[in-house]
Each structure stands twice: as C-alpha cells, then as structure tokens.
Design a protein around this ligand. Structure first.
Ligand SMILES: Nc1ncnc2c1ncn2[C@@H]1O[C@H](COP(=O)(O)OP(=O)(O)O)[C@@H](O)[C@H]1O
Ligand SMILES: [Mg+2]
Length: 214
C-alpha cells in the first residue's frame, strides 16, 4: 500500500531523514515513535505529499508520488489523505459543521447528510453550530477526526494527535481513531513520542536521528 525506499531529506545543511525504508500494508495501523526532532513530522509530511524528499521513492498503491506533477500532488492530498494534527488546525472562524465539510467542498461534493453522519460518528451531535473556542481540546480533536475521514481517504496520517490533551482525553481520542480506522479499513501512520499512545497500533517502528531502528 505505502512503500518508502531509501528516502533522504535535508533542510539546508540539517540532515533530517537518512535513508528511510518502510512498507505499510493496506489496512495496517503503524505507530512511529521517536523523540522530538527525530524526523517524525518530516516523514509524515512526505507521505502526505506536503513536501518532497531529496531522493528515494514513496510508492502509494503502486505509484511513486515523488514523480507526480503539481496537479497530481493536489489530487493525491485532497482525495487520498486525511491528516490529524496535534493542535487540531481547525478554522477558528468556522463552526463545527463547516470545518468538517471543507474536504467535501474541495471536491465539489455537497452532501450535508454525510457531514451530519460524521458529526454523529465522532460523538458531537448537537454541537454543529458551535465554534472551536466553545469546545474542549478533546472535542476539537473529534472535529478534526471527522474532517480527516469525511472524504473517505485510504490513508490517515496522525501527527501527535494526543499531544495537547490530558490522559483521559488522549485515551478516548486513541480509542476513537482505532475504532474508526478498523471499521473503515484505513491505513494509519501515527507518530508520537509517547509509548502509551503508540501501543494502540498493530505495529511499532522507532525512529532516531532520521533512521529507523531495527
Ligand atoms: N521546514 C523546515 N525547515 C528547517 N528545518 C526543519 C523543517 N522542518 C523540520 N526541520 C528540522 O528537522 C528536524 C526534524 O524535525 P521534525 O520532523 O519536525 O521532527 P519531530 O516531528 O520528530 O519532532 C528538526 O531538527 C527540525 O528543526
Ligand atoms: Mg513533530
């Protein structure tokens, strides 16, 4: 499903990824653990085509996304990827309903029923008109999860999704991500520096200074 081969990435003279080779099967949920600065977000951004590697290939369903042109990259990001961030990245000036609807609007899909369905799925029925500031951190992350799933992407990329939540909210967010990924057969890459979070995955990989540990 996703295959990285000998991926290198530097920012200026800082080598961030030093030959990453990793294969993730369809429907698999992997955690990538490593300390701050080890290259986790960089790797996730490359799989999500938010950035390009200096060398190496990233093959998704048999296509090397590194060779994509801008238009193909945009379609890939829009259609294939759902991203969940540590700080939720919601639009503060849009209510819950509109935040969740964004990926559909980017594909010119107008299905309000589907938006309501995903609001229910993440346990936020009745909160559709609220603005992010009216919600707790855990509730805001639920909005972000609905937004990451609503366009039915194959791949979910979660970058420290519990990093700004307390332990009880972390648990319920991890249970939600795990349950929905299972039910919807998503391929998930989650990065974290916390072993209690990493444990929810089928498989654990460790990264240190831009290389995967054996
Ligand atoms: N856009 C960027 N420009 C310059 N340096 C960057 C950029 N993104 C990341 N880095 C550097 O790359 C290293 C790894 O960063 P990152 O992938 O964010 O690590 P992690 O997510 O594991 O904490 C850090 O030293 C960071 O400062
Ligand atoms: Mg990071």
């Amino acid at each position: 499903m996703i295959k990285l081969e000998n991926v290198h990435k530097s920012y200026g003279s800082t080598k961030v990824l030093n030959g990453i080779t990793l294969e993730i099967k369809s429907g698999e949920f992997i955690s990538l653990m490593g300390s701050s600065g080890s290259g986790k977000s960089t790797l996730l951004n490359l799989v999500g085509a938010m950035d390009l590697p200096d060398s190496g290939s990233i093959t998704v369903r048999g296509e090397n996304i590194v060779t994509y042109n801008d238009e193909q990259l945009t379609l890939y990001r829009r259609n294939k990827i759902g991203f969940i961030f540590q700080f939720f990245n919601l639009f503060q000036n849009l209510p819950v309903f509109e935040n969740i609807r964004i990926p559909l609007l980017l594909q010119s899909i107008r299905e309000d029923g589907r938006v309501r369905e995903y609001i229910n799925l993440v346990g936020l029925a009745g909160r559709e008109k609220d603005y992010p500031y009216q919600l707790s951190g855990g509730q805001q992350q639920r909005v972000a999860i609905a937004r990451a799933l609503i366009h039915n992407p194959d791949i979910i990329l979660a970058d420290e999704p519990t990093g700004s939540l307390d332990s009880s909210n972390s648990r319920s967010i991890m249970e939600l991500i795990t349950r929905l990924a299972e039910e919807m057969n998503k391929t998930v890459i989650l990065v974290t520096h916390e072993s209690a979070v990493a444990r929810y995955a089928h498989r654990l990989e460790r990264i240190s200074d831009g290389v995967l540990l054996q």
